[in-house]
Structures are given as structure tokens and as C-alpha cells.
Design a protein around this ligand. Structure first.
Ligand SMILES: [Zn+2]
Length: 281
């Protein structure tokens, strides 16, 4: 594209030169027009297809990035200031759209229209780049203690606002451990997913849970929920971290299978007003 613009610019300059005439006035005009050509070349859009000649024909019909997921994190830091420094360090290569302190203070670090660097290598269902499709929210927490009520209140107010503006589906409110199960454990075992689900954010099922049928395929169900099961142990760990935080065994138990069965059948509220599914029927 730049090459095309430069070629066009050179032709334009030649044509201008032919008509500009001589003398001092002509020299000034040539200098001015030459500057214009350079400016036009400099303002040309960057190449969209390197190595493939591409003609730029600008269309006014486009919008801003529209997130369709929310990915929640904990900072693994002991103070909000420490987390702010890490998330804004010029060479840190990590950020999020928002940080919520453990006192409930809300900080915005990246414009929602931009792609913050919070999810890293990630996969959920067929989405293989959560940074491009999500809003990232960090909560200041060291991973070893519960999240204060005031902090969760701030989070819920922010989620209400985000959901109102983008209409993000309920099941697309996720944790970092859900989308990067081999690498991450945040927001961790203390994160109150049930409280979020009561507000309409995230899948959830309340006991009593139905028995899964004998032919129930739990691994396929993990995939239906969204987990990348290429590392089944990691996917199982992430699932239990989110949906069965009080269960220690690393493998899928009958109770986990009942939970998965419920999540794939009923765990998707149709609206934020609907309560998390009960699977007793
Ligand atoms: Zn994280």
C-alpha cells in the first residue's frame, strides 16, 4: 500500500513538475507541492496485506471493538498499589481494563475499545484469543483470603454497567483459570462465583443435583461448557475451581458429573433476572 502510494505520489510529482514552470515562484511552488506529496505518502494507511498489493478504499461503516466476554482475575498481590505498578509498568507487558482494590476502589487502566493484555494464551470453546474478545477485570487479592464484600459490590456494579452496554451472555463471565487451565488458577478458590451467578453472571447449578445418565460423557460436557480438554487434568481442575470449590479430589466424581449434567442442561439463565438453575426436576 505504501509502495502504491509512493508510486502514485511520484507520478503526481512528475505531473506537478511539468506544470509548475521555472523561476523563484516555480521553485517555491515545487517545494510546497513536494511537501504535500511526502505528507500524502506518510498519511497512507499501513499495509494490510504485506506482500500482496492492496488498494485502500476507506469505508465509513465500522464501529469500535465490542467485547463479548468478561475474564476475571486476582492480582496475586498484597496491595492495590503493588498491583497498579505491575499493571501499568511500561515493560511489564501485562494490563487489564479494570482493577478493583480490596477496599472497593475502581481503577480503569485501558480503554474498553482496546485490547488489554490480561488473558494471554487462552481458549474457550472456539475462541482462541480472549484478549481480543473480552474485558479483563483484576481484583486485588493475594489468592489466600476471601474477597471483601465491598470489593464484590464494586465488581457487581461494574458488571451491571458492562452488561447493560454490551449485552454479554450470562455464560461468558469467566475466570482466567477457565480460559487458561494449564497456566492459571485465578481468581481462585475464594472467588464467590455463586454470588455472581445469582446476579446473572456465569453458569451455575444449585443442589440437589440430578444423577447423570449412565451414558453421560463428562469430557464432552466439559467441552460443551467451554473448557479446552486437550489437558484433561488441567480442565478438570479448572472446572472444580470454578463450580465445585469445596471438592478436593482431582478427578471427576459422580457429584461433578451431576453438576456438569446440570450445567449443560439448565445452567444457562435466559436473563439476568432469572435465578441460577435448580436441577431437582
Ligand atoms: Zn489472571
Amino acid at each position: 500500500m505504501i509502495q502504491t502510494a509512493l508510486t502514485h505520489g511520484r507520478k503526481l510529482a512528475t505531473r506537478i513538475w511539468d506544470f509548475s514552470g521555472g523561476g523563484a515562484q516555480g521553485s517555491m511552488r515545487r517545494a510546497w507541492l513536494g511537501g504535500l506529496v511526502i505528507l500524502l505518502a506518510a498519511c497512507a494507511p499501513a499495509p494490510l496485506r504485506p506482500g500482496i498489493p492492496t488498494l485502500w478504499r476507506a469505508s465509513p461503516n465500522f464501529g469500535e471493538r465490542r467485547p463479548n466476554f468478561v475474564v476475571l482475575h486476582h492480582t496475586d498481590d498484597d496491595s492495590t498499589e503493588q498491583a497498579l505498578r505491575a499493571l501499568t509498568a511500561p515493560y511489564g507487558k501485562t494490563s487489564a481494563h479494570y482493577l478493583i482494590g480490596n477496599d472497593g476502589a475502581l481503577y480503569q487502566l485501558v480503554d474498553e475499545r482496546s485490547r488489554a493484555w490480561h488473558a494471554g494464551l487462552s481458549k474457550w470453546g472456539a475462541d482462541t484469543d480472549l484478549n481480543s474478545s473480552s474485558i479483563g477485570i483484576e481484583l486485588q487479592n493475594n489468592g489466600r483470603e476471601p474477597f471483601p464484600e465491598v470489593q464484590i459490590s464494586s465488581l457487581l456494579a461494574l458488571l451491571d454497567d458492562i452488561e447493560r452496554r454490551y449485552g454479554i451472555p450470562s455464560e461468558n463471565f469467566l475466570g482466567h483459570s477457565d480460559v487458561a487451565p494449564t497456566r492459571k488458577v485465578d481468581p481462585g478458590p475464594y472467588f464467590p462465583w455463586r454470588i455472581l451467578a445469582q446476579r446473572g453472571y456465569g453458569l451455575w447449578c444449585e443442589p440437589p443435583l440430578p444423577d447423570a445418565p449412565a451414558a453421560f460423557d463428562a469430557i464432552a460436557a466439559l467441552q460443551v461448557v467451554g473448557y479446552d480438554v486437550s489437558d484433561l487434568a488441567a480442565a478438570t481442575r479448572a472446572f472444580k475451581l470454578h463450580f465445585a470449590q469445596d471438592q478436593a479430589p482431582p478427578e471427576l466424581t459422580d457429584s461433578d458429573k451431576s453438576l456438569l449434567y446440570c450445567l449443560t442442561r439448565h445452567g444457562r439463565p435466559d436473563s439476568a433476572d432469572e435465578k441460577p438453575a435448580r436441577c431437582s426436576e
